[in-house]
Design a protein around this ligand. Structure first.
Ligand code: F6R
Ligand code: MG
Ligand code: MG
Length: 387
């Protein structure tokens, strides 16, 4: 077996320019300096720092495996250095995602989002890293399902013998911290029954069934669940390996040609279309959005990051972007109404409950309506019947 390499993306919003719009170049420079020093000391093999919207993205390769205290500690230092610059410049929400003052060996649960995978480098190793802003980890459910389970998206599921047996999906219940491993195609309907609720069930990892090779990983941190209050959306990242017995780069990108509805956007409280954009448009404007995503294409050679290719920088995605604008225009006209605004369960993790709390004592009993409620409760089969 060849040498194992780990690809880690660790991202955080440590403050941004003009509200939650875009990172400041000086904060990226501060993070870059920390990672460059670590590279010269051999802690990491290679790195690339970029942004999408107000999130700094640290893309790193190393030989320390996933959940390495060295690598997580390094990311923490880089974010702290960037947050200091953000504070000095008076950037907005400086330090936002660094929920704790102290690092304790693992960055998970402290605010930043993480997607990491360890693998044996193939002779040629094409990888795509996805970075989204103003949405949540479940935003990857639909496109990743299509990439790895839907032959109408991925021709290789029919044609390529190594993919023909299908893939395994590790799905996480982010509210309960439980996971389940389901197989496609035989358990496809069960997979969909879960991941169709993307706020709760998140595709975490995908493995090729043929040999258990890891093919994809998604960040699953839910910042608002961790913090217990709304502190920004959990703008997600993902890593997808491609080609040679895995979906081709074009099959992976194909799933993003449909700008599906995701939760996030303004105040993390609205559904809107996920718009694939080139790096130069990776900033949120209209109604703090619409939610957007970039795709960076890499070859990894001896742990070196060769690239990136800015994969959505192509007129082939112009129509997707146009459709996203039309959807944005349509759904925006709903203003504060569902289904533009998120449903009550998700709103519990925003600032709306404070408003509802204020109104609590102003509610009085409506006799007629209360009678109907009582009648309903007494009906056979209603929950209170069995109380
Ligand atoms: C969404 C987001 C923004 C902010 C909004 C209000 O993830 O970051 O839409 O929620 O700009 O921000 P505050 O409350 O900081 O004024
Ligand atoms: Mg922000
Ligand atoms: Mg963000």
């Amino acid at each position: 077996m060849g040498e194992l390499i780990t690809l880690s993306i660790i991202k955080a919003d440590i403050g941004s320019l003009a509200g939650h719009h875009i990172t400041h170049p000086d904060t990226l420079a501060a993070a870059t300096k920390v990672l460059a020093e670590a590279k010269s000391k051999g802690i990491i093999t290679d790195f690339y720092v970029t942004h999408v919207g107000d999130d700094i993205q640290l893309i790193m390769t190393h030989k320390k495996g996933v959940d390495s205290p060295d690598v997580h500690g390094l990311a923490w230092e880089a974010f702290k250095a960037a947050a200091k610059v953000a504070r000095d410049l008076g950037l907005y929400a400086a330090g936002q995602d660094l929920l704790s003052e102290a690092f304790s060996g693992n960055i998970r649960g402290l605010g930043p989002g993480i997607a990491e995978m360890e693998f044996e480098e193939r002779p040629a190793e094409p990888v795509i890293t996805f970075h989204a802003d103003k949405t949540e980890p479940g935003a990857f459910n639909l496109p990743l399902f299509r990439v790895f389970a839907d032959p109408f998206n991925t021709a290789g599921l029919i044609i390529d013998p190594r993919m023909h047996v299908g893939f395994k999906f590790e799905i996480l219940n982010v509210y309960e911290g439980k996971k389940v491993l389901l197989k496609s195609p035989e358990e496809m309907y069960d997979i969909l029954a879960l991941i169709g609720t993307p706020g709760r069930y998140v595709i975490k990892r995908i493995y090729r069934k043929d040999d258990d090779m890891i093919a994809a990983v998604v960040s699953s941190e839910r910042l608002n669940l961790i913090a217990g209050k709304y502190v920004g959306k959990d703008d997600p990242v993902a890593i997808v390996r491609a080609q040679h017995g895995l979906p081709a780069v074009g099959e992976v990108l194909e799933a993003f040609a449909f700008p599906h509805m995701v939760a996030g956007w303004m105040r993390g409280s609205h559904f809107g279309p996920l718009m694939p954009v080139p790096q130069r448009y990776a900033q949120c404007t209209r109604f703090d959005g619409p939610p957007r995503i970039i795709a960076l294409g890499w070859q990894i050679k001896n742990g070196k990051l060769i690239g990136p290719a800015d994969l959505f920088d192509d007129p082939a995605f112009d129509e997707t972007r146009r459709l996203a604008q039309n959807i944005a225009e349509y759904i925006r006209r709903h203003g504060p109404f569902m289904p533009h605004r998120l449903g009550p369960e998700e709103m519990e993790y925003t600032t709306l409950p404070h408003v509802l709390e204020k109104l609590k004592d102003r509610f009085v009993v409506d006799v007629q309506a209360m009678r109907e409620v009582e009648k309903y409760k007494k009906r056979p089969g209603s929950e209170s019947e069995h109380e």
